[in-house]
Design a protein around this ligand. Structure first.
Ligand SMILES: Cc1cc2nc3c(=O)[nH]c(=O)nc-3n(C[C@H](O)[C@H](O)[C@H](O)COP(=O)(O)OP(=O)(O)OC[C@H]3O[C@@H](n4cnc5c(N)ncnc54)[C@H](O)[C@@H]3O)c2cc1C
Length: 363
């Protein structure tokens, strides 16, 4: 049985889950002097954090509870520092792109304008032309919405952890907690290994519900990737609850479904047809022959879309950073900063009360 001592200095944190939340928590805590060990049941950065779209804003943020926006807004400047740092250190550019977004839902334009004005963010009414000979569509340009290429972000984070000497145990599912009386004092793997730690962070995405006895459940999302067609679309498009995300290389992501199918990550013909029809309606019928990939991922769903960040309500020593639902990529830098501040009992940049694990859900 492997084990490490709790009395060693610096303090040791064990993090369960190597998605964007687990890996950024690892970077945060390593940067504050902690010894960090990360455990993932499979490969780092290959679940929801890989499958997502990487839009750096909630879709129609005015429809989300304020705490989701609070962490999203705080994350934007943090990404501006993080992305070039990761690119320089690892050679993998996460492609933080200030692409802007166009909202093409006429019914949402007034609400979007009012909300942007209240937040001090720019929003301009536009006539969007997405294809040659296509109609001009009334919309709202939100130039402050950007994107990150999340599979590359995951790759860069994984490399960075290695460069910094952070222990990453892949293919090492955690089964539960070591206890000293009431207190969680480490993790026990499915293989039976025991790893002691001064603090344990649960960041296992959609799997956090069962491990932490928390109301977090998987919500499947399916996405398509369209082949690169040069200069067709430059900005993210939101319309009818779906979106298009043009990557820097000209490829376009089409997303996404919202399905309650447990931990089943199958992809379906119905979802593909629906997403193709959505993309074709905006970009033209030629996209029907341009589907390059189709995948799904499991969002860590909570009833109100607000993540659980803070001390576990029943297990002292266990800290939670899970349940980011549709906005884990955008919220990751600020939510991992928040958890690190809470673990270290420091003043926080945002009011932590709204994210408290064990709170009554507003969903
Ligand atoms: C289709 C789709 C589109 C999305 N689009 C966006 C978007 O545009 N913008 C945005 O901000 N967010 C988006 N999201 C949401 C975002 O991807 C998630 O909120 C975020 O990735 C959650 O990160 P995480 O680290 O908590 O979870 P994950 O990335 O799922 O990581 C959890 C990790 O925990 C590991 N794990 C689980 N159980 C155990 C165990 N017992 N032991 C050890 N390890 C374990 C898993 O293997 C996994 O690697 C999207 C999601 C999907 C599916």
């Amino acid at each position: 049985m492997a084990s490490s001592s709790v009395s060693s200095s610096p303090a040791h944190v064990a993090i369960v889950g190597a998605g964007v939340i687990g890996m950024l928590s690892a970077l945060q805590l390593h940067g504050r002097g902690w010894r960090v060990s990360v455990f993932d049941q499979a490969s780092a950065g290959r679940e929801s954090s890989w499958a997502g779209g990487g839009i750096l804003s909630p879709i129609l943020p005015w429809n989300y509870p304020a705490p989701v926006w609070q962490l999203s807004r705080r994350s934007l400047p943090l990404y501006k520092a993080l992305a070039p740092e990761l690119a320089a250190a690892t050679g993998v550019d996460p492609e933080l792109l200030a692409s802007g977004a166009m909202l093409l839902d006429p019914a949402q334009i007034a609400a979007g304008q009012a909300w942007c004005a209240a937040e001090g963010l720019p929003a301009m009414e536009i006539d969007a032309i997405l294809r040659t000979r296509g109609p001009a569509l009334p919309g709202l340009l939100l130039p402050w919405i950007g994107q990150i290429r999340n599979p590359r972000l995951g790759q860069a984070l994984r490399l960075r952890l290695g460069q910094l000497g952070i222990e990453l145990h892949e293919n090492t599912p955690v089964a539960g907690w070591l206890r000293d009386g009431e207190r969680v004092s480490g993790v026990r793997t499915v293989a039976g290994d025991e790893h002691r730690a001064d603090a344990v962070v649960l960041a296992a995405g959609a799997w956090s519900g069962a491990l932490g006895a928390l109301p977090v459940a998987p919500v499947r999302g399916q996405m398509l990737l369209l082949q690169a067609v040069p200069s067709r679309l430059k900005r993210i498009v939101f319309s009818q609850g779906r979106y298009l995300i043009p990557r820097r290389d000209g490829r376009i992501l089409v997303g996404s479904t919202v399905e309650h199918a447990g931990f089943d990550k199958s992809i379906t013909g119905d979802a593909r047809d629906e997403l193709v029809a959505f993309a074709a309606g905006l970009l033209g019928d030629e996209v029907k022959g341009q589907v390059e990939a189709h995948w799904s991922g499991l969002r860590p769903g909570t009833a109100d879309g607000i993540p659980y960040i803070g001390a576990h309500p029943a297990l002292p020593g266990l800290w939670v950073n899970a349940g980011h639902y549709r906005n884990g990529l955008v919220m990751a830098p600020a939510s991992t900063e928040l958890l690190a501040d809470l673990i270290e009992d420091k003043a926080t940049q945002v009011d932590a009360a709204a994210y408290k694990p064990g709170r009554a859900s507003r969903g």
